[in-house]
Structure formats: structure tokens, C-alpha cells
Design a protein around this ligand. Structure first.
Ligand code: PLP
Length: 381
């Protein structure tokens, strides 16, 4: 059965060019720390990948520390508070929130945007050592005012970290442009492999390592490098410019228009705020997220309920609760996230399967407008 993969925010398909580059790196023996020929070849591959990623981020190659993913990059950033108070937005990824349970949480508006006034009050009251504000939320796609938050944080003497894992590739991302000190990125959201990420440091910033025992990454992250993963990350970074996000936005709008045209009571979380072109977080009152996920999966359509990173967990999303969404509605919310491999047929497959479920559950179509849904695709048995 063909599938419509609409879960790019969980992980994106790996580009063929990335697989080829990784295979070449895997076939070649060599530890980048070894001084012999194979070691020097491995080092050359590593540094080429570093330059490619640095170019995509408008950063200097020396400012990159490769990690095992966005999670580790976020936690390496958190460690730079060196025990001091930390202030984060209430909608950060669990790799930050769960790693800093004692952190102060700045509220967000009903649209899912950081409340800058509350953020500033918390800065003044608690004088945190480090603040962390993500660039694009993983569940709603809503963009955050990172530059403004960074300006405020700087006035109060805090280091500024930004989790740009979801944003990279879908919008310009640069540490300098955001006025941040630390920035997290991850390969598997941009067509690279899972298990590799990077923390980007402001030039000249000295960080405290969390992993010690080797001189790798200029003593900022010990451990033999995941060379094939890093090579794949570098290749994926080189391919970023070729993606057409306006096309993806049109697909996303077609999908949202399709559900709203038939079911006006659907709520699209964060729709009034600037959002990534790729992501839609849809709440259908009375239709539980797990029911939707299972029916869509049977029809060959892959989407998520909230963040897929906490696999299998289906419950009201803390992000939506922080936006003031009632728990019952949050539990009826699914995330659809599109990318470069999707076409109209994927959107129509989603719409057909979703509408069939909605009608089976008693949903009535007030408008009954003709459109992409006029002939819903049959559900797979
Ligand atoms: N930050 C955000 C916003 C994410 O969406 C994710 C993963 O989905 C992460 C961090 C964690 O990245 P990784 O899966 O590379 O550990």
C-alpha cells in the first residue's frame, strides 16, 4: 500500500544524496583523531561537513560542536547555566523542559507565542543565568520572538539559547541574526540521519563540557565522532536551498482549507500567529487524537498526536495546555507536518481518510461544498 507520510516534524525522509555520502564515509576506515593517512582522510570529511553546516547557519566552522542530536545539544546548552537559574518558554521541547524541571517557565499567549511582558518580568525578578526560547514550536509550528527575547535577556545579563531544531531549513537560521549565544540543530529534520546534531556557539564563547575524556570537538564534547552521521548532516545542509517551502505552504493551506470547509468547528492551534509553512495542529472536538491516528494509519496516512518524540504517549499536549487549550480539546488534536516529498495526492489522501472517519463518527457537513473532498478516498480495510 502506498503511504502519505505527513510527519516530517517527527523525522524527515533521508535524502538519497545523504545516504550515498554516508555510505562512502562508512566504507572508508579511519578515526578523525588518528594521525595516519586514513585518519587524516576521516578528519578531512569531518571538517568538510563542519564547513557545510556552518555555511548553512552563517556561522564559523569553529563555532560548531557536533552532538548526538538536538536533545544533547539542548542539554549541553542548559549546562552553561552552571547551576544558576534558568528561564525557558513554557512550550519548549521535552529535551529542555524535562532536563530542567526547576527552570522558570514563561507563559505563552493563546496563539502559542511567548508572552514577552511576562518573560521580562521573570527576567527582572529572577535574573536567570540562561534563557532558552525555541525558534519554531514542534507541535504548532508557531514562530517565537527569539530576537526580542534575546535583547531583553541580554539587558539582564543572561546567556541566550535557542532551539532551532524545527526551524532549520524552513526559514533562515543564524545565531547572529537571532542575537543568541547558543543554538541547537538536528540532522534528521532536514533530510539527514537521526542521532546527530550540533550546538552552535557565539564566537569566543567558552563552554563547560558535559562529556569528558577525549579532545574531540576542541574538548567541548568528548567521544569518537559519529563520522558517517556528521557527513550526512553536512550533505543535508548543502541541499537545504533546493526546497520549495512556498509549495509546501500551499499544500498545508489546501489541507487546512479542506478540513475547515467541511467541519468549521475544527480549531487550528496557532493559526493566527506566524507559523512554519509545513505544520498544522488540528483539533476536532469530540474526535480523540488516538482514534484519528489509528484510522489515518489504517488508511495509509502517517501523522502525529502532539510531539512524536515521546513515542506512544497520547495525552493532552503540555504545549497546548500552556496555550490555554482545554484538556478535552487538546486530547483531540493531531499534528500534520509536510515536507519536500509531499504532493497534492498526499493531502487528498489525508482529507479523504479524515472525512470518512469524521462522517462515521457522526460529523455532518454543513457546507457540503464541492472541493478536494467531494469524493473521499475509501478507507483501507
Ligand atoms: N527540539 C525540538 C524542537 C524537536 O522537535 C526535537 C525533536 O523532535 C528535539 C529538540 C530533539 O532532537 P533529536 O531528536 O535530534 O534529539
Amino acid at each position: 500500500m502506498s503511504r502519505a507520510y505527513l510527519d516530517y516534524a517527527a523525522t524527515a525522509p533521508v535524502h538519497d544524496e545523504v545516504i550515498e555520502a554516508m555510505a562512502a564515509a562508512l566504507r572508508d576506515v579511519g578515526n578523525p583523531s588518528s594521525v595516519h593517512g586514513p585518519g587524516r582522510r576521516a578528519r578531512a570529511r569531518l571538517e568538510a561537513a563542519r564547513r557545510a553546516l556552518a555555511a548553512a547557519l552563517d556561522a564559523s566552522p569553529d563555532s560548531l560542536v557536533f552532538t548526538s542530536g538536538g536533545t544533547e545539544a539542548n542539554q549541553l546548552a542548559l549546562a552553561q547555566a552552571r547551576g544558576g537559574p534558568v528561564l525557558v518558554s513554557a512550550i519548549e521541547h521535552p529535551s529542555l523542559l524535562d532536563a530542567a524541571p526547576e527552570a522558570l517557565r514563561a507563559p505563552v499567549t493563546a496563539d502559542g507565542v511567548l508572552d514577552l511582558e511576562a518573560f521580562e518580568r521573570l527576567l527582572a525578578q529572577h535574573r536567570p543565568a540562561l534563557v532558552s526560547v525555541m525558534l519554531a514550536n514542534n507541535e504548532t509550528g508557531v514562530l517565537q520572538p527569539v530576537r526580542e527575547a534575546a535583547g531583553l535577556a541580554r539587558r539582564h545579563g543572561a546567556l541566550v539559547h535557542c532551539d532551532a531544531v524545527q526551524a532549520l531549513g524552513k526559514m533562515p537560521v543564524s545565531l547572529a541574526g537571532l542575537d543568541a549565544d547558543l543554538l541547537s540543530v538536528s540532522a534528521h529534520k532536514i533530510g539527514g540521519p537521526a542521532g546527530v546534531g550540533a550546538l552552535v556557539l557565539r564566537d569566543g564563547l567558552e563552554i563547560a563540557a558535559r562529556q569528558r575524556g577525549g579532545g574531540q570537538e576542541r574538548k567541548r564534547r568528548a567521544g569518537t565522532e559519529n563520522l558517517a552521521g556528521i557527513v550526512g548532516f553536512g550533505r543535508a545542509a548543502e541541499l537545504l536551498g533546493r526546497q520549495d517551502w512556498q509549495r509546501v505552504r500551499r499544500l498545508r493551506d489546501r489541507l487546512e482549507g479542506g478540513v475547515l470547509g467541511h467541519c468549521p468547528e475544527i480549531r487550528i492551534h496557532g493559526a493566527a500567529a506566524p507559523r512554519l509553512a509545513s505544520t498544522s495542529c488540528l483539533a476536532t472536538p469530540g474526535l480523540a487524537a488516538d482514534t484519528q491516528l489509528m484510522a489515518l494509519d489504517l488508511a495509509g496516512v502517517a501523522v502525529s498526536a502532539g510531539s512524536a518524540c515521546s513515542s506512544g504517549r497520547i495525552g493532552p499536549s503540555p504545549v497546548l495546555l500552556a496555550m490555554g487549550v482545554e484538556a478535552a480539546l487538546a486530547a483531540c488534536s493531531i499534528r500534520v507536518s509536510l515536507g519536500w516529498g509531499n504532493g497534492e495526492e498526499d493531502v487528498d489522501r489525508f482529507l479523504g481518510a479524515w472525512l470518512a472517519l469524521w462522517r462515521r463518527k457522526g460529523g455532518r457537513d454543513p457546507a457540503a461544498r464541492p472541493g478536494p473532498l467531494s469524493k473521499p478516498a475509501p478507507m483501507a480495510s
